[in-house]
Design a protein around this ligand. Structure first.
Ligand SMILES: Nc1ncnc2c1ncn2[C@@H]1O[C@H](COP(=O)(O)OP(=O)(O)OP(=O)(O)O)[C@@H](O)[C@H]1O
Ligand SMILES: [Mg+2]
Length: 368
């Protein structure tokens, strides 16, 4: 899949822009603060209806305006026109000029894999960040997963609220609690299966990518979950054993909302032992694995965005990563130093220079 044309109105520092992209590689360059990330962010928002930056939608609208529009011509076997309009009151989305009422019917149609410097948090941060990250990854592959998650989270809230009430009332047994627990377990098992499947798939690719970027060292991800290896009865038992604690704390202490992932490099936890560079390369290997999983399960390649990936990498690593780019994967790279990409003699690409929210130069290079 690829984006052919992007149009922006009042998006961040872009007052008005129409730009066509190269089907293979686009290198967006310019000074700090010129609008490089904003441009790839627009593509991301068009696809997923929200930003990867942890901000509210309002910040996407150009200062002093009340509405912004992002439009894209998306090409895969067909050509489709996607549009998203953001106002201070909410967002409206349409495909081929037909309004799409439910956001869930709109998102995930344009698959995107993004690298952003904040992604290092995937390794460094708390389990909750890691869960969020794979939740996004799996949701893009499987619509049902999002439904399971929403149901699970709703039930978890209900169960926690009910536990608190039981504690106040001095109850330790309740049919209603059993019903909630049963449903929670049902969705928990589905989520656990999907996550385990996904991590297995990642592991079938990640080590190879890591080696190609960084040299031979064994990288794998461990999926940690209290549900792993247990059947339903055993899980029900776990909940029974945890009930006294659950009542005391007024919350559910067992379940997939406590899951975690570990990146292991040579069997050592990258979070505790890895250098910045190793962590970054592991994330890149993860992203490239995601691309292959996407192709395997969905039959098409997603769009790849590498925002500010190359700033602190040595030239060997840059070369190795560029070597992994595929001509079938439309890729966007943002950089302040376009000269770093002179070594790109194998790929056809387009260079786009940005200055103050405007494209000031475009040049295309053919494959040599
Ligand atoms: N809602 C908005 N309205 C107007 N300008 C905005 C808005 N949001 C962000 N900006 C401006 O966009 C610019 C930042 O753009 P962006 O993050 O794309 O920069 P960049 O080119 O990626 O820079 P860097 O190289 O530092 O990553 C800033 O000048 C900021 O003031
Ligand atoms: Mg940036």
């Amino acid at each position: 899949m690829r984006i052919d044309v992007l149009k922006l109105y009042n998006f961040r520092n872009y007052r008005q822009l129409t730009i066509s992209f190269h089907p293979q590689l686009n290198i967006i360059y310019g000074k700090n603060g010129s609008g490089k990330t904003n441009l790839v962010e627009a593509i991301y928002v068009l696809a997923l209806s929200r930003s990867f930056r942890l901000v509210g939608d309002k910040t996407l609208i150009m200062d002093d305006f009340s509405k912004c529009i992002i439009e894209g011509k998306i090409v895969d076997n067909y050509v489709n026109y996607y549009q998203i309009i953001l106002t201070k009151d909410g967002k409206k989305v349409s495909i081929d000029h037909n309004k799409v009422a439910k956001l869930s019917d709109y998102i995930s149609k344009i698959p995107i894999i993004l690298f952003h410097p904040d992604d290092l948090r995937f390794i460094k941060d708390t389990p909750s960040t890691r869960r969020k990250t794979i939740n996004i990854s799996i949701s893009e592959l499987d619509i049902n997963y999002l439904k399971y998650l929403n149901n699970y989270n709703k039930l978890l809230k209900q169960r926690n609220a009910y536990l608190k009430q039981m504690f106040i009332n001095g109850n330790s047994e309740s049919d209603y609690l059993d019903i909630l627990t049963d449903k929670l377990i049902k969705y928990g098992i589905l989520i656990n299966e999907k996550r385990a499947e996904f991590v297995n798939l990642i592991n079938s690719f990640i080590d190879d990518f890591y080696t190609k970027i960084s040299g031979i060292e064994k990288l794998e991800i461990n999926y940690i979950s209290s549900f792993n290896g247990l059947n339903k009865d055993q899980i029900v038992d776990l909940y029974k054993k945890s009930l006294a604690k659950d009542l005391n704390f007024g919350k559910t202490n067992i379940g997939v909302h406590m899951d975690d992932l570990k990146f292991l490099l040579q069997n050592k936890d990258l979070r505790d032992y890895g250098s910045e560079g190793q962590q970054k390369n592991a994330i890149i290997a993860y992203k490239f694995s995601e691309i292959e999983i996407f192709k395997k399960l969905k039959g098409c390649y997603p769009i790849l965005i590498l925002d500010d990936l190359f700033s602190e990498l040595d030239s060997d690593k840059i070369k190795n990563i560029l070597f992994l780019l595929k001509k079938d994967v439309q890729t966007f790279i943002t950089t302040t130093e376009v000269d770093k990409f002179k070594l790109l003699d194998k790929l056809a690409y387009k260079q786009i220079r940005i200055q103050d929210g405007e494209v000031v130069e475009e040049s295309e290079y053919e494959r040599r």
